[in-house]
Design a protein around this ligand. Structure first.
Ligand SMILES: [Ca+2]
Ligand SMILES: [Ca+2]
Length: 298
């Protein structure tokens, strides 16, 4: 689990996903995941002059590296961005300090998530029928009860239209699909054949936290996640630096072509890719940009 995105609006990863893990210095363990699309971790100008440009590691790991995890030294960095690609929630850029932590080198895979489910019998949110009591909490007061066919286990599946559509209405490409869940990513008739090492998807924040707890970790905070995603490149536009996306040597699994109806798949993948299919960032972390969105703790 872990990682994601970073990249700006280019990153329209249609998948929801998962998590990254972090383990804190002593045993504490943590894991984090982040919603990926936090997107544009582009760097920017404007750090207050009273801060140093960047401070070095603030802590050292006290344990041998846990399997599959990387030590992130911590330090101070410019979080967010106000460049053209930055989403509004990333503004304004501001200085943040994080302490050292361990984080998973890759997004959480289907194999890893299956181990958790097999060990615990955990049933994800997408596999449970919602109740009117739960839905009511998220609706304005007085809203009538929806029809019964809404109260079935379901999730959103990326379903590209066959023609150009305005990009201000996500309903044009997200389909509420009964039976879609992590075992059946595109719905009841799909499965995980040949996708063991793809990131698990259709995982809610609660599911990600449950996985992390089981693994003895926690989700990373958004600040930790972004610090890790930057890979030591303070204020860079992308997780790999400032170079634009290269069709000849794709840096990440993102969208190419016209969103959402024409994905040219120049990077080789129309949906998820096996974790670690693209070059790692400066900290040795994979898919911090692209592939799937990842959850963070906050
Ligand atoms: Ca990712
Ligand atoms: Ca792609």
């Amino acid at each position: 689990m872990h990682k994601t995105a970073s990249i700006s609006t280019h990153l329209r990863s249609p998948f929801i996903a998962l998590v990254s893990l972090i383990l804190l210095g002593d045993g504490g363990v943590v894991l984090n995941d982040a919603p990926a699309a936090t997107s544009s971790r582009t760097a920017s100008r404007g750090a207050p002059a009273s801060f140093e440009e960047e401070t070095p590691a603030t802590s050292q790991p006290r344990l041998p590296a846990p399997v599959g995890m990387v030590w992130i030294p911590g330090g101070e960095f410019t979080m967010g961005s106000d460049t053209a690609l930055a989403r509004r929630v990333e503004r304004p850029p501001h200085r943040v300090r994080v302490v050292g932590f361990w984080i998973d080198q890759t997004e959480v895979t289907n194999v890893q998530f299956r181990q958790f489910v097999d060990a615990t019998g955990y049933i994800t949110v997408a596999e449970r029928a919602p109740t009117w009591e739960e839905i009511k909490k998220q609706l304005p007061p007085g809203r009538p009860k929806p029809p019964d066919d809404v109260f079935v286990p379901a999730s959103l599946v990326f379903t590209p239209p066959d023609h150009p559509v305005p990009t201000d209405n996500p309903r044009a490409w997200w389909s509420w699909t009964p039976g879609a869940n992590w075992r059946h990513p595109e719905g009841p008739h799909s499965d995980l054949t040949d996708r063991d090492n793809h990131p698990v998807i259709h995982v809610s924040w609660d599911d990600a936290v449950a996985y992390a707890n089981w693994a003895g970790k926690r989700l990373p905070t958004e600040a930790e996640w972004e610090f890790a995603a930057r890979g030591g490149r303070n204020r860079a536009q992308f997780t790999w630096g400032n170079d634009p996306f290269s069709p000849a040597a794709p840096q990440a699994n993102i969208w190419q072509g016209r969103f959402p109806d024409n994905n040219t798949q120049i990077d080789g993948y129309g949906r998820t890719a096996p974790v670690g299919s693209f070059p790692p960032n400066g900290y040795g972390l994979y898919d911090m940009a692209g592939n799937v969105w990842e959850w963070t703790l906050d």
